[in-house]
Design a protein around this ligand. Structure first.
Ligand code: ADE
Length: 221
């Protein structure tokens, strides 16, 4: 999969996508990542990417010209153009799975008080939010989308099974996990995990998953 991120803050995206699994995905060729500075497409002498809002109001609005120029120079016939904004549709595991089937994502990061609405009307397929809170700009949100999507690509996760079993894919939150030592500060791990009885362990895990979902995310049940 190819991903192009368009942002005013490329360094905010670069470091987190150059570690661990995302680094390996690029090494193996599963991910071809390009992070661009939108200012590179600004044509005026100050390379301005934002301007005051028509109709008055606080803050600055991202100008349409650099965004259109960037997307038009990068997109092909199989490109999906997304805009990161708190006004977007909320990212979910289901949406990440859908995006993981696309060949090419172009992700525009919104900033300041917003972006000229002609970008939304005439350039993007979907506006995406990572949750009901406001970040200073969309760069970190774009990183979240890339991470959630790329780990679903074939061969990126070590164990193919783990993407299928985990929280949200199975409709429940994942149950608790323990590792050595079996006793820490007097707290022992549940006996069933030492029993070697795989059926009993699976039943216990299912029960704990239900309990955890009930407590933390009753809306999922
Ligand atoms: N930009 C600022 N806040 C955001 C959010 N919650 N999701 C996506 N982009 C954003």
């Amino acid at each position: 999969m190819r991903v192009d991120i368009l942002t005013l803050f490329p360094e905010m995206c670069r470091a987190p996508l150059n570690e661990s699994m995302m680094k390996r995905a690029q090494g193996s060729g599963a991910l071809e990542l390009h992070i661009h500075n939108l200012r590179d497409w600004a044509t005026d002498k100050h390379r301005m990417a934002d301007d005051a809002p028509f109709g008055g109001g606080q803050g600055m609005v991202m100008k349409p010209e650099p965004v259109f120029a960037a997307v038009e120079s990068l997109r092909g016939t199989a490109s999906t153009v997304l805009l990161m904004t708190p006004q977007g549709r909320r990212l979910s595991q289901q949406l990440a799975t859908e995006f993981s089937t696309r060949e090419h994502l172009i992700i525009i990061c919104g900033h300041y008080e917003g972006i000229d609405h002609r970008v939304v009307e005439h350039l993007v397929e979907a506006e995406i939010s990572i949750g009901d809170y406001v970040l200073t700009n969309g760069a970190i949100a774009a990183v979240v989308v890339v991470d959630a999507v790329v780990r679903l690509l074939p061969g990126v996760l070590g164990h193919e099974q783990s993407a299928a079993d985990e929280s949200f894919s199975a409709g429940l939150l994942e149950g608790p996990q323990y590792t050595r030592p079996a006793e820490f500060r007097g707290w022992k791990i549940p006996d069933v995990l030492l029993s070697g009885n795989h059926a009993e362990i699976a039943a216990w895990r299912k029960e704990r998953a239900l309990e955890r979902t009930q407590r933390n995310r009753p809306d999922l049940l």
